[in-house]
Design a protein around this ligand. Structure first.
Ligand code: HEC
Length: 138
């Protein structure tokens, strides 16, 4: 129970106690019937205290995001001979193999290039978008 629901519960408790004098003038049966009629239906949430629904993934991440999270560690500086992002010299011979091979090597791994750059929850499309980002404008 969060703070605002505690406050709400406290307010309901106060309202219940202050109705004790009223209760004295009506029978228990009537009182119960009234209580039943006025009880809140379902859960009551104060504005801003609605339950937080688990964030739903909002679709594929873009190439820059994937690159910045998973590829930059090796591809920014050329770790283990990784082709450097944005370098025409590094990428030209690789691009010349054809895009299918390039994509396949990135998705399935190739020598020191780990499969999907070790991004296990990346989709193939997200990996391809990251490659696009690295070779953009070449
Ligand atoms: C642990 C370091 C490392 C990470 C992380 C990494 N790479 Fe690589 N990558 C390499 C290395 C090393 C090579 C060169 C492999 C070779 O040619 O033998 C390479 C090569 C590549 C190639 C060229 C393959 C070819 O056929 O020439 C692509 C495309 C690529 N990486 C994409 C990515 C993408 C996309 C990511 C992020 C999702 C990524 N890499 C993350 C190390 C890494």
């Amino acid at each position: 129970m969060d703070m605002s629901r505690k406050i709400l519960t406290a307010l309901v408790a106060v309202a219940t106690f202050s109705s004790a004098s009223f209760a004295a003038s009506v029978s228990q049966e009537e009182y119960d019937a009234i209580a039943e009629r006025i009880k809140p239906v379902g859960d009551v949430y104060l504005a801003g205290s609605e339950p937080i629904v688990a964030a739903v993934p909002s679709g594929p991440r873009d190439g820059a995001t994937i690159y910045g999270t998973f590829c930059t560690a090796c591809h920014a500086t050329g770790v283990s001979g990784a082709p450097i992002s944005g370098s025409a010299d590094d990428w030209s011979p690789r691009i010349a193999q054809g895009r299918d091979i390039l994509n396949n090597h990135a998705i399935n791994g190739f020598n020191a290039m780990p499969a999907k750059g070790a991004c296990m929850d990346c989709s193939d499309d997200e990996i391809i978008a990251a490659i696009d980002h690295m070779i953009e404008g070449l």
